[in-house]
Design a protein around this ligand. Structure first.
Ligand SMILES: [Zn+2]
Ligand SMILES: [Zn+2]
Length: 227
């Protein structure tokens, strides 16, 4: 168990995971329903139902109204905190410990629950207050930074782009991250959309002298800036 200050009133690691996923779904304008949470968290629907009841009782979420599940103010604050600590941890692992880009998410996912407010502040200062995580996803409050970036699936053939962001959903797939890193598809890299084959659901990118073909199901999680 992590050292938790008694006055911090902090949710358990499990609840923090739920809060972070609900925050991201809400941010993306998706409907938050138990079935989708079960899928994302890889747990059974009955487990999700029980946990959601507990979260509602404890004031983190509300299920009133017809908008499905939504975060209360304290739920939103707790979610923002754990997401921020996760992303700062990713940077610390990448910059200080030189952990490969494709591995920092999985490592940070364990460590994020043990970061105190004091450590978070030191991390923020020593990492120069980042607005995005190493995958290009925004720290809470910096959503405006990503507003002009579009998923690869929305661009036209021939378009030159800069890779900017690999969505949180894709961060959860270690094999996909390994593939992207091995092929140089990481934030800051220039690429060109060589070929789009809608009947095949594929997009071929030219990246640094080689071509890489991605399925639409992967391409929709890769956000780019058109040049
Ligand atoms: Zn992450
Ligand atoms: Zn990240």
């Amino acid at each position: 168990m992590s050292q938790i200050l008694p006055n911090e009133n902090r949710p358990t690691p499990t609840i923090e995971d739920y809060l972070a996923i609900i925050y991201v779904m809400q941010r993306d304008g998706e409907e938050v329903i138990a079935a989708r949470l079960a899928e994302s968290l890889e747990v059974s629907p009955p487990t999700v139902t029980v946990t959601l009841k507990r979260m509602e009782r404890d004031g983190w979420i509300t299920t009133e109204g017809h908008k499905g599940i939504s975060l209360t103010d304290s739920g939103c604050e707790a979610a923002s905190t754990v997401i921020r600590r996760h992303m700062l941890t990713e940077w610390m692992l990448a910059r200080v410990l030189k952990v490969p880009w494709s591995h920092v998410h999985a490592e940070a996912h364990h460590l994020e629950h043990a970061i105190s407010g004091e450590i978070e502040n030191s991390m923020r200062t020593s990492l120069d207050d980042p607005q995005l995580c190493p995958h290009g996803n925004p720290l809470p409050g910096y959503e405006y930074v990503i507003a002009g970036w579009a998923p690869l699936t929305e661009l036209a053939e021939g378009q030159q782009v800069i890779i900017r962001r690999i969505h949180e959903t894709a961060e959860d797939d270690p094999d996909l991250l390994d593939f992207l890193e091995a092929n140089g598809i990481v934030p800051g890299v220039q690429a060109q959309l060589k070929k789009i084959l809608p009947f095949n659901n594929t997009i071929t990118l030219q990246v640094g002298g080689h071509e890489v073909t991605l399925g639409f199901s992967t391409a929709r999680f890769i956000f780019v800036e058109a040049m």
